[in-house]
Design a protein around this ligand. Structure first.
Ligand SMILES: O=C(O)C(=O)C[C@]1(C(=O)O)C=C[C@@H](O)C=C1
Length: 103
């Protein structure tokens, strides 16, 4: 069944036509995908933090430095593909890996 939106109806109101219903279904599906992606991203970030901390602990136990600047530059360059926000993201990841040691 197709109904028409009343004159002056706002777009963010309840769906009133088949088209609106289809768009809402699309958005719901896309949001499900975003939720799934965010879960995966979080899982991978936690894994990265763990691996980064293990490398740092092993290096320091061997008398090495906590930070390796050329490796950090590689990470920053890689995420720089996403522009300035990518570099911010890389810095956040590096800081998470440093944990308390880096504060
Ligand atoms: O690659 C390393 O040697 C690491 O210690 C990992 C890592 C990282 O999180 O990417 C963490 C700290 C270093 O300063 C550089 C890179």
């Amino acid at each position: 069944m197709t109904t028409r939106a009343p004159e002056g109806a706002e777009h963010d109101e309840e769906p009133v036509s088949d088209v609106d219903t289809a768009e809402t279904a699309d958005v719901d599906q896309l949001r499900d995908e975003i939720d799934w992606l965010d879960d995966e991203i979080l899982r991978l970030i936690k894994r990265r933090v763990d691996v980064s901390r293990r490398i740092g602990a092993a290096r320091m136990a061997a008398g090495g430095t906590r930070i390796v600047y050329n490796r950090e530059m590689d990470v920053l360059t890689r995420y720089g593909e996403l522009g300035p926000e990518g570099r911010q993201l890389a810095m956040a990841l590096l800081n998470l890996g440093r944990g308390r040691l880096g504060r």
